[in-house]
Write a protein that binds this ligand. Sequence first.
Ligand SMILES: O=C(O)CCC(=O)C(=O)O
Ligand SMILES: [Fe+2]
Length: 310
Amino acid sequence: MTATVRSPGAGDLYPTRVPGSAAPFRRRHPVVWHKAAEGPLSSGQLDAYDRDGCLTFDALLSAEETAACLEETARLTADRSLRDSGRVVPEPDGNGIRSVFEVHALSGTFREIVHSDGLAGIAHQILGSDVYVHQTKVNLKSAFDGSGFGWHSDFETWHSEDGMPAPRALSLSIALTENAPYNGPLMIIPGAHRTFVPSTAETPPDYHHTSLQGKNLPAGPANRAVVTALARELGMRQFTGPAGSVVAFDSNSLHASAPNVSPFPRTNLFVVYNSVENTIGTPYAAPRARPTYLASRTFTPVPRPAHYGG
Ligand SMILES: O=C(O)CCC(=O)C(=O)O
Ligand SMILES: [Fe+2]
């Protein structure tokens, strides 16, 4: 047994990581927070995001920007001084690097992109408030050896392990290389963001030391019978596109991706924006908060373009 910092149920609208069976339930918060908020998205795009929990964009980054990001990724993964910082996550079998976290703090190139209006404006509009950067990472998914990600909701982790109160956060998955059907692109069950799927195992102490490698996970993965039922009912989407294309997805989307055995890397930048009205606190179901390179506790808003009010 591990002690949970907050007792389950005390002001917790999304109880999870409680041993025993737990039924999925309907999300208790909106997906699009202010339908009339100004921003880059049309009302049709907002409706589609509300319905599916995801939305795609063809070319939000230029070829120069994706090339610069790949160069920076190569620099960061070669930097020996970062190896023991926790930010660099090796592949579970030791063949290369799976992820690099907090890239916007390690590189001006990433910082500029993460703070750009073209990206942050999407989050401002959907979340209906100022936003700050909760997490960034590059998932490298190397040719031949890139491992996959099982079915999960990010919010389930951020709620239990980081103390995020509500699913009022959004991720962008930005292709830095082509995402093709054969190199492990992102998959989402559209509409499943309306259902919260509790995890039925407690969070082990210092879980992030092993959980980020994605293997043998007692807590976090969505129940397989529930995933099967939701996928049968709602279908599944696989997101392919050239470098520079983007998928925006809700923090409670059910998503996964297969390993990459192809000879082509699938390298994506993930940026998570959280509402400043949803800042993180004490973990809801974990012995200790995770390091700030996984879950920022600096809630400085990303500056908004001058022409948007509110
Ligand atoms: O890189 C991917 O395909 C998915 C990554 C993911 O879902 C995660 O890191 O939470
Ligand atoms: Fe995820």
